[in-house]
Design a protein around this ligand. Structure first.
Ligand code: PEP
Length: 256
């Protein structure tokens, strides 16, 4: 059975005090209101990772995890401002996002760099959340399946099958991120099914069946249930709605 996952990417939001308050609220609500079936990942800014790790404490056993928004492609050394996979692992990070569209767009991160980052995450024993998804012009040109295929092939398909036990894919159409424009359940399902077919073609059906594929892009309590009802949508990567504990936990409940 593949994992159901709802991950909240806080991006560059919240001071430390605000982040601790948000994490505590989410943790209490998840404990009180959910059945523990969904893996919940809190993904605060780097500066909040260790304090949020402390708040999560032993609740990992109840499937509440800590995630980071990015990591360096380098192991260590003179790379001012970067944060390595070893550092993330040392503060209790379980999941690391690589390839978010905001990193691809604003920091010109390409396939090769993302392949190196993915490898670092996996080498340090963490789970990888690898983002893919097409911009609006590609959606309108009708070549989005090929676009997503290239993103996955170029950054991940050189990895061995064993590594894929710790890979989660997040399909996030760029035109839906932070825009309020959600992909319809059918649009999302089409790409999710395609991604699973690609993984099956490269690694076989059994492995493809085990990989969790999340949807991201203006997911909120009002649309989460119909997205999650699709056969190949295993959960969500949530941006804006993860900054409100009530909204985020309602999305978790929609995934149960
Ligand atoms: C994201 O950035 O991963 C995301 C899905 O953002 P939002 O939910 O705000 O569209």
């Amino acid at each position: 059975m593949r994992k159901k996952i709802v991950a909240g990417n806080w991006k560059m939001n919240t001071t430390l005090a605000e982040g601790q308050a948000l994490a505590s609220e989410v943790i209490h609500m998840v404990e009180d209101e959910t059945n523990g079936e969904v893996h919940v990942v809190l993904i605060p800014p780097f500066t909040h990772l260790y304090p949020v790790h402390k708040l999560i404490g032993s609740l990992r056993e109840k499937h509440i995890y800590l995630g980071a928004q990015d990591c360096s492609a380098h192991e260590k050394g003179a790379y001012t401002g970067e944060v390595s996979a070893a550092m993330l692992q040392s503060v209790g990070v379980d999941y690391v996002i690589v390839g978010h569209s905001e990193r691809r767009e604003y920091h010109a991160e390409g396939h090769d760099l993302l392949a190196k980052k993915a490898l670092r995450v996996l080498e340090h024993g963490m789970q990888l959340i690898f983002c893919c998804g097409e911009p609006l012009a590609i959606r309108e040109a009708g070549t989005y399946l090929e676009y997503v295929e290239t993103q996955l092939r170029e950054s991940l398909f050189a990895l061995d099958a064993e590594s894929w036990k710790r890979i989660v894919i997040a399909y996030e159409p760029v035109w839906a991120i932070g825009t309020g424009k959600t992909a319809t359940p059918e649009q999302a399902q089409e790409v999710h099914a395609h991604i699973r077919r690609l993984i099956a073609g490269r690694y076989g059906d059994a492995l493809a069946h085990e990989v969790s594929i999340l949807y991201g892009g203006s997911c909120k309590p009002e649309n989460a249930a119909e997205l999650f009802a699709q056969a190949d949508i295993d959960g969500g990567l949530i941006g804006g709605a993860s900054l409100n504990a009530r909204s985020f936990v309602d999305i978790v409940k929609a995934r149960q």
